[in-house]
Write a protein that binds this ligand. Sequence first.
Ligand code: C2E
Ligand code: CA
Ligand code: CA
Ligand code: CA
Length: 279
Amino acid sequence: VKHGGKNSYEMFAHSMNIVSKRRLQIEAHLRHAIDNKELYLVYQPQISLHSGKIIGVEALLRWDSPLLGAVSPVEFIPVAEETGLITPIGEWVLFEACQQAQVWRDEALPPVRMAVNLSVRQFARQNLESVVQSTLLKTGLPVRYLELEITENMLMDDVEGSVDTLHRLKDLGVCLAIDDFGTGYSSLSYLKRFPIDRLKIDRSFITHVTTNTEDASVTQAIIAVAHSLGLSVTAEGVESADQLAFLNENKCEEVQGYYFSKPVSANDIKRLLIVNQGL
Ligand code: C2E
Ligand code: CA
Ligand code: CA
Ligand code: CA
């Protein structure tokens, strides 16, 4: 190490220090986020292209920390995964989402599915289906309204174990979706062994679907594979009328994205459901 001005190693060490400091701060504050009521859910509508109406919502986690400000789930979920904090947080999300879906049912709003994201650790746990079952019992939500989103890479990590876990969830009657489809490395032979209902095409393919022929081809291929396996397809990240038209022409069943709505509060969803225009 040279003396005087900072060399590249020192710069590197300095930036690593900032990264790990931030990580430690997140961990320290996240530890109390549930008890301090700093976590909440927002909901993004999923629209059926068949009816033009809202058919489901995806629950997305938000954290407003009094000390760190709003922290993105892209940043804090990995920390929660590494530290194990994801277990209580994931159970809180599942409960909160099911309870909200049941509140909308009690208010006699048009019925919608509630999609909940599962983390790596949640999916790997032995007692996942009993957690799901007891959450449904506690909230009173009928199982057919719950959809669980599992990423492609989570499934491919341990194919035999995944097939087993998915069957145990499917036996309860839960809807199952593969999230971020196309970004991972699943093979078709595995795909047909998973008892799933839906593929969600990752936003990265939809963004340029009307201008990039490769993205268009991949999107068409995913829809074709899904349909040949009897699965339905949701496209995420739909931001324009052109993208919507492409997906409609190619027989995609459902869409989700800023074109219709950003993720919004439960109250805003209630208003959207009362109007229930969707498109
Ligand atoms: P995801 O499951 O793929 O969720 C979709 C993300 O895309 C959300 O970001 C959503 O706000 C965003 N999005 C939706 N439509 C559009 C669009 O038209 N344009 C653009 N640019 N973005 C759009 P968000 O809410 O920041 O969540 C990011 C990721 O964090 C999620 O990706 C998911 O992997 C994770 N996450 C969020 N909530 C939870 C949770 O409760 N549990 C777990 N395990 N992960 C979660
Ligand atoms: Ca998702
Ligand atoms: Ca996704
Ligand atoms: Ca994604």
